[in-house]
Write a protein that binds this ligand. Structure first.
Ligand code: ADP
Ligand code: MG
Length: 262
């Protein structure tokens, strides 16, 4: 059975794209057939997986507006992940989709034609709660919310959770909110721990285990067109491997998700 996971948070810089790429690589290493979808017009996921968005002819943009079939647009990447790439054209898709009926369903319809070829599809949502993110949430079975542990500025979380609730009421009743994923975590500071406790209390949101530690390896990796899993052993890669196992146990064996909030 294929499962589709959306990684969403309207705040930029919280490690959505890093999480999509690293988790995908970790799942591929566990013999899963993984497709990642770049829904951000900035195309950072596409770039970080070794493809130059400026040199790509057709992208998820053409698929969403009905000018191409998803299978015609897929690209291979070095670590065995398949990519539905983005280009800057996607910035215009929002406006084009807005004029169409069923605009929230464009991605779900497109994925229906290829999802059987994959075990897991991971959607990298853009930093907004616009039509593209609504497409990601509508196409998904579950959603994961990366949260940066460094700032107390989590005011956006309430808004995101309201959007998830609205999606459940209107376009996707079965959407499973898995919880928050702590990113850029610094275990040495009590501040990081306080932020986590605050999020889980205030929003009644499970906080998934493990927290992803801050390490310079991520910047090095994305600049090289590979994920952090491809490089030397490091604690960032290890954390995403554990997260992959946690999610896979939940999806395939029905085990309880491991959380930090208990
Ligand atoms: P988003 O997609 O939410 O905007 P990104 O995944 O692009 O966020 O991450 C923002 C920046 O943070 C990038 O430069 C990325 O390399 C860096 N980053 C992400 N995760 C980590 C981490 N665990 N440790 C250090 N840097 C990280
Ligand atoms: Mg991103």
């Amino acid at each position: 059975m294929t499962t589709v996971l959306a990684v969403a948070n309207q705040k930029g810089g919280v490690a959505k794209t890093t999480t999509v790429a690293s988790l995908a690589a970790a799942l591929a290493a566990l013999d899963q057939r993984v497709l990642v979808v770049d829904l951000d017009p900035q195309a950072c996921l596409t770039f970080s997986l070794g493809h130059n968005p400026d040199k790509i002819e057709r992208s998820v943009h053409d698929v969403l507006i009905g000018d191409a079939e998803a299978k015609e647009v897929l690209l291979d990447t070095a670590e065995g992940i398949t990519l539905l790439p983005a280009t800057i054209d996607l910035a215009g898709a929002e406006a084009l989709l807005l004029m169409r009926p069923g605009r929230e369903y464009a991605l779900k319809r497109a994925l229906a034609t290829i999802r059987d070829d994959f075990d897991i599809v991971i959607v990298d949502c853009p930093p907004s709660l616009g039509v593209l993110t609504l497409n990601g949430l509508t196409a998904a079975e579950s959603v994961l919310v990366p949260l940066q542990c460094e700032t107390l500025a989590h005011r956006g979380v309430g808004q995101l959770l309201r959007t998830v609730e609205e999606v459940k009421q209107i376009t996707n009743p079965d959407l499973d909110l898995l919880g928050a994923l702590p990113t850029l975590y610094d275990a040495r500071t009590t501040h990081s721990r306080d932020v986590l406790a605050d999020v889980s209390d205030r929003y009644n949101l499970p906080v998934l285990s493990p927290a992803i530690p801050r390490t310079v390896r991520f910047a090095e990796a994305s600049a090289s067109g590979a994920t952090v899993l491809a490089g030397r052993k490091n604690k960032g890669a290890q954390a995403y491997r554990e997260l992959a196992e946690n999610l896979l146990n939940y999806w395939t064996d029905g085990r309880k998700l491991e959380t930090l909030s208990g």
